[in-house]
Design a protein. Structure first.
Length: 223
């Protein structure tokens, strides 16, 4: 537990510019509290004390606003930034060094049996309000932009954007940490296509107006 706390607090310090000290993080950050409660609930769940496990997870939900099912599998150094409204389902699996922002849902799509929640790889960022639904795989180094809805696999070192999410590949080089946490400077190819079409329509409309004006002038000259 000491090693877990030390790693987790260090991860928060590295990823949150507002974090001033490990003591402040430990005492005041709901993401840390939710993860500690999860550790207890998961232990109870693995030892078939399912009612107690759910009791602990629901208590944590009331205290932190973060709901993590005791059956979920979570790796090391999970960072939950703010965290309010986060839901992690029973069969969800998270790798190491995952960063979740508020409002994230790692949920199912219905009443399927067996594996019905996402598998999140290592070093993955999931932005505010994003939904990853069903037994999909978000591979290592991927990013899910804010408010995206992911229903299909996200390849390694790529970015999922939009509703439903589509993939924006990151150029072959490894992304620097500063750009990993950047949820703003993400190009949406659908939006770019729409802008291009609107620009083309405006150009054609100007041509038609010019042609109509030219035809009007010619008619007047003939008269």
């Amino acid at each position: 537990m000491f090693r877990f706390l030390s790693e987790t607090l260090s991860a928060y310090q590295a990823r949150d510019p507002a974090a001033r000290s490990k003591l402040e993080i430990f005492l005041l950050y709901p993401g840390v509290h939710a993860t500690i409660y999860y550790k207890i609930a998961h232990f109870l769940h693995r030892h078939h004390l399912r009612f107690l496990a759910r009791f602990v997870s629901q208590w944590a939900r009331r205290r932190t606003g973060i709901e993590i099912h005791p059956g979920a599998t979570i790796g090391r150094r999970l960072v939950i930034d703010h965290g309010m409204g986060i839901v992690i389902g029973e069969t969800a699996e998270l790798g190491d060094d995952v960063l979740l922002y508020q409002g994230v849902t790692l949920g199912g799509t219905g009443k399927e049996q067996g594996k019905r929640h996402p598998t999140i790889g290592n070093n993955v960022l999931i932005g505010s309000g994003a939904k990853v639904l069903g037994p999909v795989l978000v591979r290592d180094g991927a990013r899910v932009a804010a408010n995206a809805v992911v229903l299909k696999e996200v390849p390694p070192d790529s970015t999922a954007v939009g509703v439903p999410a589509h993939i924006v590949k990151i150029a072959g080089e490894r992304v620097a940490y500063a750009s990993i946490v950047d949820q703003i400077n993400i190009t949406d190819p659908v939006n770019e296509t729409i802008k291009s079409l609107l620009s083309r329509v405006e150009f054609l409309e100007r041509q038609l107006d010019e042609q109509a004006a030219k035809q009007t002038n010619e008619n007047r000259q003939e008269e």
